[in-house]
Design a protein around this ligand. Structure first.
Ligand SMILES: [Zn+2]
Length: 151
């Protein structure tokens, strides 16, 4: 029974500690979009767990919490922290994969942009620069496909 009460107090305290932390963070970044990524969420939750651990330590030292409750709560928090840490590493790995894919897509887009070179549409006969890929010169009607650079 005492354990349940202690847990309830701890949870209430956690909410009390977490509230100003979260709202302060939100207010500081008001001009920026709120970090709603899984990674940002995990980091916030880890912060809260660490705050809870600090509070627990403080209360234990102040004699407000029994050794048994202290031990079991501490184990709970440490387990939670470890789980969040593992989830964070997983999310960071996913983010890293995303970055690799984004870089590859960007590289492919860039290489596509420089093709085809515009000089391929310069008429070999009159030198007219056709602005779009054409088969025949817009100025004199010469076959552009005759151009050696555009077979
Ligand atoms: Zn021409």
């Amino acid at each position: 029974m005492f354990l349940v009460i202690g847990l309830l107090i701890a949870l209430g305290l956690a909410a009390f500690v977490a509230t100003p932390l979260l709202s302060a963070e939100g207010a500081g970044n008001s001009t920026l979009p709120v970090d709603v990524t899984p990674l940002g969420d995990l980091k916030r939750r880890r912060l809260v767990v660490y705050e809870n651990l600090k509070d627990l330590e403080f209360e234990h030292q102040a004699g407000k919490i029994g050794a048994q409750d202290y031990q079991s709560l501490r184990e709970n928090y440490l387990g939670e922290a470890a789980a969040l840490m593992a989830a964070t590493q997983e999310a960071e790995q996913l983010k890293e994969n995303d970055a690799v894919i984004e870089r590859e897509v960007a590289a492919r887009r860039a290489s596509r942009k420089i093709q085809p070179p515009p000089q391929d549409y310069v008429c070999p006969h009159c030198g007219f620069e056709n602005p779009v890929p054409v088969k025949f010169c817009g100025e004199c009607g010469t076959r552009i496909t005759d151009h050696p650079r555009n077979p």
